[in-house]
Design a binder for this molecule. Structure first.
Ligand code: AMP
Ligand code: ZN
Length: 457
């Protein structure tokens, strides 16, 4: 089978053909770093991590770029509110973002440009747009003139009225057209800014991505991704800037957008206040359970996030790790994903189907009796896990990993020792009390020939 992806630009599933055989460039819009990421922000990260793993598995030499937006008005406001410098705030929240995404088993991108490192490139591209008649200066601002681009609106399929209403564009007297959007805006002396031919100021959000994508991947590249909320106006405006700066050259070949993570039907967002941070969810469930829950819906469908889903995903991870644990004495055969898992992912990243195939592997592994069969299934479980970013732990570590508030490992080990001492002293009543106490705290002891082992239940 070949990889097919739904391309927003043509509104259908297409066979993926890279520009250059064997090589893929992929740009995904990253976070604006002003606060902790919520689990909705993590959806594109996990989805594009699966796509990156799949592309690499299929043998492509992938360059995965995900930016950090570290200059934006939300950042300026948050820094002032916290009494923190912008630098402190963006560094702290970038670090938190990295830690949270690692906890979800998302590999870091190959290139992670920060907007503030590309201001020169932005000034240059804005200059080019002015020269080519696509942008103009007005009262310290530089604006992109939307009517100067004939194909504007093609990516999102919006008509002009929708565009003006949907963008909630500020009606400013200096705009030639109400749909015109900001490339550069003036900064007052107390606000972060850079010198430019149009005075001291800062870039608009859209130009940041056009410039960072070009710096990392060139004028035209293969895949551009992000959440569907970005299709309009952000991605439409990126297309406008990049195409017009490069004499109509195509920007991205395939546009891939994830659907919303919702809460009771509403998009999870900071503004609605219906969000859960990745940080707090990690206190309640292991990262792999959150990741499995994320992958349980197809990426283009909405995914409603609730406690039941997380609990179900934790149970499903327990099932998968139990299958692996049962095979602990077997050396894995070739570690290679199962063909059904690969086929599901090649079909526009059908992760629910890939997970069904993974559960089937686990049931087969539980039933298998021949060592050769067990070895093959263990190799496929591990290989499929690697492709999905799951089953990355040793089963013993999975079952021993507690949740906040649970009894700690050291205390458990100490109680096991106390129980052994009690038994040696023939105080069986005390030994039984220790076992019962641990069971109440969700820890099961198993006495075997090699000593006592424990797991959380
Ligand atoms: P932001 O920091 O708000 O620009 O968002 C970073 C990324 O998260 C973008 O790709 C957004 O499309 C995505 N995103 C934000 N909220 C959600 C959500 N509720 N569901 C899915 N993706 C989201
Ligand atoms: Zn972007």
């Amino acid at each position: 089978m070949t990889l097919s992806l739904y391309n927003t630009a043509v509104r259908e599933k297409q066979e993926f053909v890279p520009m250059e055989p064997g090589k893929v460039g992929m740009y995904v819009c990253g976070p604006t770093v002003y606060d902790l990421a919520h689990i909705g922000n993590a959806r594109p990260v996990v989805i594009f991590d699966v796509l990156a793993r799949l592309l690499r598995y299929l043998g492509y030499d992938l360059t995965y770029v995900r930016n950090i937006t570290d200059v934006e008005d939300k950042i300026i406001t948050a820094a002032a509110e916290n009494g923190e410098s912008i630098d402190e705030l963006t560094r702290r929240t970038t670090q938190a973002y990295h830690d949270d995404m690692v906890a979800l088993n998302a590999e870091p991108p190959d290139i992670e440009p920060r907007a503030t490192e590309h201001i020169d490139g932005m000034i240059e591209m804005i200059g080019t747009l002015i020269e080519k008649g696509h942008a103009y200066e007005a009262e310290g601002h530089v604006l992109f003139n939307v009517p100067s681009m004939e194909k504007y609106g093609k990516l999102s399929g919006r008509n002009r009225d929708d565009m003006i209403a949907g963008a909630r564009v500020e009606v400013a007297p200096y705009k030639k057209d109400p749909a015109d959007f900001v490339l550069w805006k003036p900064s007052t002396p107390d606000i972060v800014g850079w010198d430019s031919p149009w005075g001291r100021g800062r870039p608009g959000w859209h130009i940041e991505c056009s410039v960072m994508a070009k710096a990392a991947l060139g004028i035209t590249f293969d895949i551009h991704g992000g959440g569907r909320d970005l299709i309009f106006p952000h991605h439409e405006n990126e297309v406008a800037q990049s195409c017009c700066a490069h004499d109509g050259a195509e920007f991205a070949k395939y546009w891939v957008h994830n659907g919303f993570l919702t809460v009771e039907g509403d998009k999870m967002s900071k503004s609605l206040g219906n969000f859960r941070t990745v940080r707090e969810l990690l206190e309640e469930a292991p990262g792999e359970a959150l990741r499995l829950n994320m992958l349980s819906a197809h990426y283009r469908q909405p995914l409603d996030w609730n406690a039941e889903g997380v609990t179900r995903s934790k149970t499903n991870m327990d099932r998968l790790y139990t299958a692996l644990q049962n095979l602990q004495d077997i050396d894995a055969g070739t570690v290679e994903p199962a063909p059904e898992v690969v086929a599901a992912l090649e079909d526009d990243l059908n992760t629910p189907q890939a997970l069904t195939a993974l559960y089937t592997l686990a049931s087969e592994a539980n039933k298998a009796s021949e060592p050769v069969e067990k070895a093959r299934l263990k190799g496929q479980l591990l290989g499929s896990g690697q492709l999905l970013g799951l089953l990355m732990l040793d089963p013993a570590d999975w079952f021993q990993a507690g949740e906040a508030g649970d009894i700690g490992e050291e205390e458990i080990e100490q109680l096991i020792k106390d129980r052994i001492d009690a038994k040696t002293a023939k105080d069986f009543a005390k030994a039984d009390v220790i076992r019962a106490d641990l069971a109440e705290k969700g820890v099961t002891l198993e006495d075997g020939p090699g000593g006592t082992t424990w797991k959380r239940t």
